[in-house]
Design a protein around this ligand. Structure first.
Ligand code: ZN
Length: 464
């Protein structure tokens, strides 16, 4: 039985890099061992019939906020990773700011990794933070295996002494020099603190507390200014740079132009900038509040154009949950409500629904944006990101013609709110496989919610 497979996924339309083929996938030792037009089922421990489905590489979501340690009542590894698994995600990266303490030194990373250990449905990586005062902690965090560093140019919110703070220009510049010295990567939330703080204060002073006032207090110029400043520092320091949740096509164009002139820089956007607009914030309220804010319909169309032109490197959820009362409490103005969208469970379905079904993008492009390109950017591509022999058997079955309306009770988040509830989708994730193990089916829910492991990055390569 030496040649038999522990799992065969049969008859699916397999989404390979750049092409779709009807293939059987044989899995051995948690790894893709064979891709053939037809594999013998003899001796296979399990066979899954994927007829009528796309089989995609598991999504890699490089941007989620789980709040442990200490803040698991907002979102924890257990609930957050279950939601990701149900949405077809098989690897994610947890941001450093929402736990207490934030992940800005080795001791905090140990607390973070202990909180995650044995609690995640799928494999994961951890971000470290760059904040004022922690320059001397960066190299130790890198040696301990963080995927990269995250910094905020604008105030990330939150309260208390130990909160994650935005960088001043000197910290940003010196931090980029340090990170460049050991070949790390810096991810940036790019909005000008000077511009957004002044505009928000002025809005509040004049009693402008609504959704459109919030959007006006964080204009595209605030994003562009911060992007330009960071690109200048990257050019001078040689630091590898990644811009998270870019909301405007103009910022994408400038980042793309910087790459063409030789900078090692990438950009992500999020499903909410592609699916929702400023009008959604006004209609849905704080459940659709995020920063940078949702933009106009015209701005959104331009974002789709640069995405179709291949100028956006990948899409991540920026899942940023909170208890419902911080969004919905009586008397809470839009300005005061917690900013952050819960969306991690829906990314693949949203991108397929809007991108493939409505806008005619090839499904291979969706796989590139959600799996191949994030894997390549962060050195995870020797293990993950594509359906290819030798890579982890992280697979998603997506029914491409399945109409259903997303309800709050479908969500596996700790707090079941999302701007996408009530939306009728045209596709559905029906099964998720992590390293060859079936961990989720639409019929039975989560089958194994704790098998995920930390992929530590050592010398640019992931180690389990
Ligand atoms: Zn975020």
């Amino acid at each position: 039985m030496r040649d038999s497979y522990e799992l065969i996924v049969k008859n699916g339309d397999v989404v390979l890099p750049g092409e779709v083929r009807r293939l059987d996938i044989g899995v051995r030792g948690g790894v893709i061992a064979a891709l053939e037009p037809s594999l013998s089922e003899e001796g296979a421990a399990r066979v899954i019939d994927a007829a009528g489905h796309y089989v995609l590489p598991g999504m890699i979501d490089m941007h989620v906020h789980f709040n442990e340690p200490a803040m698991g009542h907002w979102e924890g590894f257990r609930s957050g990773s279950a939601a990701l698994a149900a949405g077809g995600c098989t690897c994610y990266a947890d941001m450093p700011l929402n736990g207490n303490p934030p992940t800005v030194n080795l001791a905090a990373l140990e607390l973070k990794s202990a909180a995650a250990s044995g609690q995640s449905a799928v494999d994961y990586t951890l971000w470290g933070g760059l904040v004022p005062g922690n320059l001397d902690d960066l190299e130790a965090l890198a040696s301990a295996g963080v995927i990269g560093f995250k910094a905020f140019i604008s105030n990330p919110g939150g309260e208390g002494e130990g909160r994650f703070r935005e960088v001043d220009d000197d910290t940003l510049y010196q931090g980029m020099k340090r990170i460049a010295s050991f070949g790390g990567i810096l991810a940036l939330h790019a909005e000008s603190e000077a511009m957004t703080a002044a505009l928000a204060a002025e809005a509040v002073r004049s009693g402008k507390n609504g959704a459109r006032d919030f959007a006006a207090s964080r204009p595209p110029e605030a994003e562009l200014e911060a992007v330009e400043r960071a690109l200048f520092y990257a050019e001078r320091t040689g630091c590898r740079l990644h811009f998270v949740h870019i909301s405007t096509a103009e910022a994408i164009e400038r980042i793309h132009a910087a790459r063409l002139r030789g900078l090692d820089v990438t950009a992500e956007t999020c499903p909410h900038y592609l699916l929702l607009t400023e009008d959604s914030m006004a209609e849905l309220g704080p459940v659709a509040k995020c920063a940078p804010p949702l933009r106009s319909k015209a701005e959104q169309e331009k974002l789709w154009e640069v995405l179709a032109a291949g100028k956006i490197d990948f899409v991540a959820s920026d899942h940023s949950p909170c208890p419902s009362e911080l969004k919905l409490a009586d008397g809470l103005s839009f300005m005061e409500a917690w900013g952050g969208i819960s969306g991690a469970q829906s990314s693949l379905e949203l991108l397929f629904h809007e991108g493939v079904r409505k806008r005619g993008l090839p499904v291979t492009r969706i796989a590139a944006l959600l799996a191949e390109q994030p894997a390549r950017r962060f050195g995870l591509d020797r293990r993950k990101g594509a359906i290819s022999p030798g890579l982890d058997a992280d697979l998603v079955l997506l029914h491409p013609d399945y109409s259903y309306t997303l309800e709050a009770e479908d969500l596996l988040y700790r707090h079941k709110h999302s701007p996408y509830t009530g939306l009728t989708l045209s596709c559905k994730v029906t099964a998720t496989i992590s390293r060859g193990k079936l961990i989720y089916t639409a019929e039975d829910g989560i089958l194994d919610g704790s098998g995920g492991q930390w992929l530590q990055l050592r010398e640019g390569q992931p180690v389990l």
